[in-house]
Design a binder for this molecule. Structure first.
Ligand code: AMP
Length: 453
């Protein structure tokens, strides 16, 4: 395996483009994937965002397309990249432009939530590489504004997430429109039975590319759990942001509603915050992301789907305000920090009722995550009066835990390392009061899954 881009067999104009982008050496997924894709093989790659996978498929794809000229009709697409979300589609297409800037290949971006006419215009002008989310692409198919009969290369990016989001039928419909003879590249962070089944039917004798999962290799990411009552998570988050003087923190909530509410509350607390999720218009999402990247927003609150594929480099802090229901999502989330060689910190705020989710994550990681109780935020002391009757009824264990905690004995400890399960921590009433948590958001039953068209 070569440790230079030229050594992997890439044409000089592509090497020039990556050099101008500032890359000095291929990442592991690039070193493995580029030669086999250049050789024309199908690929099954286990790699997630942050590994450099986009260049891993884009560079050899561009090279293969540039070896011969357009032979389809004016509308014909030669390479099709399907992604689960608009944000990821936009980032992949930007990469295609960046890496292809010294070539004559044309690319276009297609996703929902924005007007279709400019996309129709762009398709009419002709396109070599089409990056699309599945729903909007099918709209174009129905309107006959796109022709997929000349596709030579198909990329399914973040295939696991596309299946999670229910795109399997859309993908099947799209596959049926493609020529039989083509090269297929399937990228997925995780390998469920569904993904394996899809790979089995789609790929011919695929080359396997597997890079270490970030959780397996990420000494760069410090992971920590702060046990805290659900109702005090927001106060603790504000405390961490202020006392740590954090300038850029990505916060995950489970629901869109929860993301909105938390962002609003943080703003009320004097912390510049914005939310990004699938219910927001594309321009609102783009604005929030740009503000965050530029440093105008200290906190960006996101759902898993919306955060997927966000390319924010050297993100120092990721906070799980809610733990994800799917343990693999934890791995995706912490993959947002410590990217491209920089170190990062992934903090999880864990209430008593989140414990089963934490256990699932630790099983996946095959290790315990270090726990610190932050002084003043000891769990088990949130005043019941701040919860609605409904919330109290919904989380009876919280009450039990409080009783088990017994009389106040510890007071406000300094930041305490427990390294194991927290008991019901005693202590005085902490600063910030005990306000309502995000129980209402959970009741809203909003799954946060609407990142794509
Ligand atoms: P990706 O996993 O494709 O989302 O890429 C993650 C980040 O790594 C992006 O910001 C890329 O610009 C960056 N990147 C990709 N390849 C390299 C490389 N060979 N050297 C340094 N950075 C890279």
């Amino acid at each position: 395996m070569s440790n230079t881009f030229a050594g992997l067999g890439l044409f000089p104009e592509l090497v020039r483009a990556v050099t101008e982008k500032g890359y000095t050496a291929p990442t592991p997924v690039q070193a493995q994937a580029i030669p086999v894709i250049l050789a024309g093989r199908d690929v099954l790659a286990g790699a997630q965002t942050g590994t450099g996978k986009t260049a891993g498929f884009t560079l050899p794809m561009l090279q293969r397309l540039s070896r011969h000229s357009h032979h389809g009709g004016r509308h014909a697409v030669r390479a099709l990249v399907l992604t689960p979300t608009r944000e990821l589609a936009a980032q992949v297409e930007e990469s295609v432009r960046t890496y292809g800037k010294h070539s004559t290949l044309r690319s276009t971006l297609i996703y929902g939530g924005v007007g279709i006419n400019p996309q129709i215009e762009a398709l009419r002008r002709g396109v070599d590489v089409l990056v699309a989310t599945p729903g909007r692409l099918l709209d174009h198919v129905e309107q006959r504004t796109v022709s997929l009969g000349h596709v030579e290369i198909l990329v399914l990016d973040e295939a696991d997430r596309m299946l999670d989001m229910g795109f399997i039928h859309a993908i099947r419909k799209i596959l049926a429109l493609l020529p039989k003879a083509r090269q297929n590249l399937l990228f997925s962070a995780t390998f469920s039975d569904e993904i394996r089944a899809m790979a089995g039917s789609l790929l011919r004798d695929p080359a396997m590319v597997q890079v270490a999962r970030r959780n397996a290799e990420s000494e760069l990411v410090v992971q920590r759990v702060h046990p805290v009552d659900q109702s005090r998570k927001r106060a603790l988050l504000g405390h961490l942001v202020s006392t740590g003087n954090w300038s850029q923190v990505l916060v995950f909530t489970r629901t869109k509603h929860g993301a909105n509410r938390l962002a609003k509350q943080l703003v009320c607390d004097g912390i510049e915050a914005g939310a990004i999720h699938g219910n927001k218009s594309q321009s609102a999402r783009t604005r929030a992301l740009a503000g965050f990247k530029a440093g105008a927003l200290r906190v960006l609150v996101a759902t898993d789907i919306a955060a997927r594929g966000l390319d924010i480099q050297q993100l120092p802090h990721v906070v799980n305000f809610d733990l994800p229901h799917v343990p693999e999502d934890y791995v995706h989330r912490i993959g947002r920090t410590g990217r491209a060689g920089s170190s990062g910190e992934a903090i999880s705020l864990v209430a008593h009722e989140d414990r089963p989710l934490l256990a699932g994550i630790e099983r996946l990681l095959k290790r315990r995550i270090e726990q610190h109780i932050v002084a003043g935020f000891e769990p088990g002391v949130a005043p019941l009066a701040t919860q609605t009757q409904e919330e109290v009824a919904r989380v009876p264990r919280q009450g039990q835990q409080r009783r088990r905690g017994g009389p106040a004995s510890g007071g406000a400890q300094s930041e305490q390392r427990t390294g194991k399960r927290q008991g019901a921590a005693p202590g005085k009433r902490p600063p910030g009061g005990g306000r309502r948590g995000n129980g209402a958001a959970r009741r809203a039953g909003d799954t946060g899954r609407a990142g794509a068209s």
